[in-house]
Design a protein around this ligand. Structure first.
Ligand code: C5P
Length: 403
C-alpha cells in the first residue's frame, strides 16, 4: 500500500557508516508513494555520494546552507515549508547533540529548526556512544520536544561491538514514517469539510465563481482522515484528486453546498467551512444562453445563504469551524465574524500578503476560539492543516471535560 502517497518527505542523511542504507531507504519511501528530497551533511558525503541519492530520489540533493546558487533553486526556508515530514536517517550522536542544542550550523540543522513538519530520527552510532549519558540526555530533550525516534536496533555493529546503536532497517523506518501521519486524535469522530469555490450559473454556459483552489480544504480533509476521523468533503469544482480515505461529494452552487451540508449534519461531530462560497448569485438563471446585444447589461444578484452560520445555528450543532480572510484588523474582524456566525473556532488569514492563501501552497494563520488563540507560522498547507486539526482535537477534549 502506498501509505506515503502525495507526502513530501525530506530525508536528512548525516555522517555515519549506516549512510549507505539511505539509498535503500529512499527506494522504500518512493515505493510507499512519497516524493523525496535529500539533504546531506558534509560527513554523510564521506560515506555515500550525493549523485547516488540524486539518481534514486529523482531530485537534486541539497548540501550547502550558504550557497547562493543552491538557494536560488530551493532555499532552506522553501525546503522547510515543502516538507510534510523531516526524517533524519542515520542520525549520528553529533547530529542529535546539535539538534538538542538548537544549533543551525549547517543546512540540515537549520531546516530542522525552520520546519513546522514533524521530525523523525533514526539514530545510528556505536553502542557505547548510544549509552553515553550525554546522548541519553539529548535524546530525552528531543523526545520532550515531540521528536519521534525509530530504533536504534541491537546487534553486531560495523565496529565489531555488539549492542544497541544499529540504524533500524529501511523498511521499518519507512513504515514508521507512514504511521506518523496516522495520529488517531479524532478517532471515531465524523468530520464534514466544505472546500473550493462555488459556481453560480448565469445561463447554461456561464457562471460567477472565484479562484479558490480547494487546497486548504483538501489538506484539512487529509489531516482529519489521518487523525482517524470519518471524513467527508463537500467540494466545489476543483482539479485536486480525492484524498485517501475521504468521501468526496461534488457540488457546484452555494445552494447545493448548503443542502448537502445540512443533509450530513445528523452524522457530523465537527464541521469545517473552508469553501470560498460566492456571496451572491444571479437572481434568475437564464434558460437559454444570454445573447450578445446592447453595450451594457445589468445583472441582478441576490445574497447566498451562509452555510457555516446555518450549520452553527442548527439543532445539535457540531463543533463548527470557519475561516476568515481579511486584509486589515485581522484578529478583530475574525473574532467579530466568529461571534456573528456562532462559530466555536475561526482560522484567520491575512490575505493582504500575496504569498499565502487562495492559490498558494503555503499558508499562515491565527486560530481563535472563545478564550484563546494560537499563531500558526507560515508552512505548507499540509503542515498547517495538521496543526489546525490538532487544535480542534484539543478543544474537543476540553469541551468533553467541561460537559
Ligand atoms: O463572511 P465570510 O465569507 O468572510 O466568511 C468566511 C467563512 O464563512 C468561511 O468559513 C466560509 O466557508 C464561510 N461561508 C459560508 N457560506 C457563505 C459565505 C461564507 O459557509 N455563504
Amino acid at each position: 500500500m502506498a501509505h506515503l502517497f502525495n507526502r513530501n518527505v525530506l530525508l536528512g542523511v548525516s555522517g555515519g557508516i549506516a549512510a549507505y542504507k539511505s539509498a535503500e531507504l529512499v527506494r522504500q519511501l518512493l515505493e510507499q508513494g512519497a516524493t523525496v528530497r535529500v539533504i546531506m551533511t558534509r560527513g554523510a558525503q564521506e560515506f555515500i555520494t550525493p549523485l547516488t541519492l540524486q539518481a534514486l530520489s529523482g531530485n537534486p540533493v541539497h548540501t550547502e546552507l550558504l550557497d547562493a546558487e543552491a538557494e536560488l533553486g530551493m532555499s532552506h526556508i522553501e525546503l522547510a515549508r515543502w516538507a510534510d515530514l523531516l526524517l533524519i536517517a542515520p542520525a549520528t550522536a553529533d547530529l542529535l547533540a546539535r539538534l538538542a542544542g538548537g544549533r543551525a550550523d549547517d543546512l540540515l540543522t537549520t531546516v530542522a529548526l525552520a520546519t513546522a513538519a514533524p521530525l523523525l530520527l533514526a539514530p545510528a552510532m556505536n553502542q557505547q556512544m548510544w549509552r553515553d549519558k550525554a546522548t541519553a540526555a539529548n535524546v530525552a530533550t528531543l523526545r520532550a520536544r515531540g521528536c519521534a525516534l525509530v530504533g536504534p536496533a541491537s546487534g553486531e555493529q560495523a565496529c565489531g561491538d555488539i549492542g544497541p546503536g544499529r540504524m533500524e532497517e529501511p523498511a521499518v523506518i519507512a513504515a514508521t514514517a507512514a504511521s506518523l501521519f496516522e495520529t488517531g486524535l479524532l478517532a471515531g469522530k465524523r468530520v464534514v469539510i466544505t472546500a473550493g469555490p462555488t459556481r453560480e450559473a448565469l445561463d447554461p454556459v456561464r457562471f460567477i465563481s472565484n479562484h479558490s483552489s480547494g487546497k486548504m480544504g483538501y489538506a484539512l480533509a487529509r489531516a482529519a482522515a489521518d487523525a482517524g476521523a470519518r471524513t467527508t468533503l463537500v467540494s466545489g469544482p476543483v482539479t485536486l484528486p480525492a484524498p485517501d480515505h475521504v468521501r468526496v461529494l461534488q457540488v457546484e452552487s452555494a445552494s447545493q453546498m448548503l443542502e448537502q451540508s445540512l443533509q450530513l449534519l445528523p452524522e457530523c461531530d465537527i464541521f469545517i467551512g473552508c469553501a470560498a462560497v460566492a456571496d451572491y448569485r444571479p437572481a434568475a438563471v437564464a434558460v437559454q444562453k444570454i445573447k450578445k446585444g446592447p453595450e451594457e447589461i445589468s445583472l441582478q444578484l441576490v445574497r447566498n445563504p451562509d452555510i457555516v452560520a446555518a450549520v452553527a445555528a442548527s439543532e445539535n450543532r457540531p463543533f463548527t469551524v470557519g475561516f476568515a480572510a481579511e486584509t486589515q484588523d485581522l484578529l478583530a474582524h475574525a473574532r467579530d465574524k466568529m461571534a456573528r456566525k456562532g462559530l466555536d473556532m475561526i482560522v484567520a488569514n491575512d490575505v493582504s500578503d500575496r504569498s499565502i492563501g487562495f492559490n498558494s501552497d503555503d499558508n499562515a494563520a491565527t486560530v481563535l476560539w472563545a478564550d484563546g488563540e494560537q499563531v500558526l507560522a507560515l508552512a505548507g498547507k499540509a503542515a498547517l492543516a495538521r496543526q489546525i486539526i490538532e487544535l480542534i482535537a484539543g478543544r474537543l477534549v476540553t469541551a468533553d471535560k467541561c460537559n
